[in-house]
Design a binder for this molecule. Structure first.
Ligand code: SIN
Length: 273
């Protein structure tokens, strides 16, 4: 097995591993802990293999809003058809941050890729936090923020192309609001990192709305620096796993006229502090 870092900020590609081989798991798990984003190239996995691999990390956290893979309700479809305009996950986000106990990680399997484009970008929240001034870190430490699913998946979004096409549904279940520290200690590594994101975070508690919007906008601009990023260029068969407590991600929607189909399994996490 060959593990090659993608950038100085985060991410690694893994060659020669097979998610179906139990003897490969320890090294894969180690790479995930070190790099937060791992790209397992060239997997021949079927949905049951995908699920079995995910269960080695923890219980499956079934997404309430994504269309599910037929016969495998624990697997979410991340789909854009060739005549559709909106991709799912285009904004920078952290999966399930609207849950009281956010998902530990997500495991995305490329089933059908466009001939070009459709990459996924990731940002290290630890690297972004560490690059803030000590005074700003002191200000943020101890603050709490609210996150919500309502404005993204709720009944006010029924007009979106993703909802109309059935790729997203179950809007009445979008009732989750969660409160998390703005800066968390990563439950495994102990590294401090930001835990707010542009899609699901609504506001920082204890600040006026204007103050909260300004601080969040400043943090979001800061986080988007290329030094904290890596980019995954997919081939069909690849599997990428990321740590939701350590990263943001964003799907690049630059392949209009082509189909892109991914299968996503999300793994349970723990309460954050
Ligand atoms: C997601 O946000 O989970 C999907 C990312 C992607 O499709 O690249």
């Amino acid at each position: 097995m060959d593990i090659k870092p993608l950038t100085g900020g985060l991410g690694a590609e893994i060659f020669g591993a097979d998610i179906r081989r139990p003897e490969d798991f320890e090294a894969i798990q180690g790479a995930f802990a070190s790099h937060s984003v791992i790209v397992l190239r060239g997997q021949s996995a079927r949905p049951d293999d995908h699920l079995a691999f995910a269960r080695r990390f923890g219980a499956i956290n079934v997404n309430r809003f994504f269309k599910r893979v037929e016969g495998h309700p624990e697997i979410a479809m991340v789909l854009k058809e060739k005549d559709q305009k909106e991709a799912i996950g285009e904004g920078w986000h952290t999966d399930h941050s609207y849950d009281q106990i956010p998902a530990m990680g997500s495991i995305l399997h490329a089933i059908e890729m466009p001939p070009y484009g459709g990459d996924t970008l990731f940002i290290s929240m630890g690297a972004a936090y560490e690059a803030l001034s000590p005074k700003m870190r002191d200000f943020l430490d101890g603050l709490w923020a609210m996150h919500s699913s309502r404005h993204v998946f709720g009944t006010n979004t029924l007009d979106s192309e993703a909802a109309r096409s059935g790729r997203l549904g179950n809007a009445t279940a979008a009732k989750q609001d969660a409160r998390h520290p703005v800066v968390i200690t990563h439950p495994l590594s102990g590294r401090r990192g930001l835990f707010v994101n542009p899609v699901f975070t609504t506001h920082i508690e204890g600040l006026t709305l204007g103050e909260s919007d300004a601080i969040l906008a400043m943090l979001y601009e800061h986080c988007k620096q290329p030094e904290f990023q890596c980019r995954v260029r997919w081939q069909a068969g690849d599997i990428t796993m990321w740590d939701n407590r350590a990263t943001w991600h964003k799907a690049i929607n630059d392949y209009h006229g082509f189909r892109r189909l991914m299968h996503r399994v999300t793994v349970d996490g723990v309460a954050l502090s």
